[in-house]
Design a protein around this ligand. Structure first.
Ligand code: F6R
Length: 241
């Protein structure tokens, strides 16, 4: 694993955008695995700027997002589809039909998981997977558990994740308790993984995930087994390494 120390959040975002940008320049037909949450926002702003200056072209790029809340549709400002449209896709020239997020409105969980898993293989897998990490070590919404779950699945979110996500909702009762998430196989089969971490509250889990044992109780620890992982963190998030 390569660890890159950024001086602050802006520096982290620029460095992450440099890596994603280089991927897109080298392979204009790249399949990018994308994440939501607070951490990638700066990276997405950087990518938009680079598109606006003509340095990046997303015309032939495809994207496959990690996860989506069950019950939320594209028009819901809290849905991850809405997040992606508004924080990235609407501002670059990626074709909407080439952007993929699980369908939170699909009530048939088995069918939606199978459809998404299929879609990942039809796209030939992921060239570069962008990840954040949850305070409990989740990647995507692969929550701590007794085993690593390999394929796209529908999960019950843990109390810690529901708490962390509640900052975006009017009150706790509105926070979805279930989500669709890409499984570990698609993440681990990505050719490259870029994981970004920011802030002192991530320091403990970053240390556990990358220097502790590989265990399903810390889902991100599985990344220790991937041959091409780059971790970019600010000084606070990397302070315990
Ligand atoms: C989001 C996702 C999550 C987040 C993680 C960190 O699509 O897959 O695993 O990456 O919860 O979120 P932030 O960046 O908000 O700390």
């Amino acid at each position: 694993m390569r660890i890159i120390k950024a001086s602050d959040y802006n520096d982290l975002s620029r460095k992450a955008a440099n890596i994603i940008g280089a991927q897109v320049i080298q392979n204009p037909r790249s399949v990018l695995g994308l994440a939501t949450g607070s951490t990638p926002l700066g990276t997405y702003r950087q990518l938009i700027e680079r598109f606006e200056t003509g340095d990046l072209d997303f015309l032939d790029v495809s994207s496959i997002n990690l996860d989506e809340y069950v019950g939320l549709g594209p028009g819901d400002p809290q849905s991850y589809r809405y997040f992606m449209n508004h924080n990235l896709f609407m501002h670059i020239n990626i074709k909407p039909e080439n952007t993929h997020v699980p369908n939170g409105l699909e009530a048939n969980e088995k069918a939606e998981c199978a459809r998404y898993e299929n879609l990942i293989s039809q796209n030939g897998g992921i060239d570069l997977q962008l990840l954040g990490i949850g305070l409990n070590g989740h990647i995507g919404f692969n929550e701590p558990g007794a085993e690593f779950v390999s394929s796209t699945n529908c999960v019950a979110l843990t109390e810690s994740t529901i708490q962390a996500n509640s900052r975006f909702f009017a009150d706790m009762s509105c926070v979805p308790t279930r989500a669709y998430t890409m499984g570990m196989r698609a993440i681990m089969h990505a050719a490259r993984i870029l994981i970004i971490v920011s802030g002192a509250n991530k320091a403990r889990i970053v240390k556990e995930a990358f220097y502790g044992p590989v265990v399903p109780a810390v889902p991100a620890s599985i990344l220790q087994l991937h041959p091409n992982v780059t971790l970019i963190g600010d000084a606070e998030a990397l302070s315990l390494l």
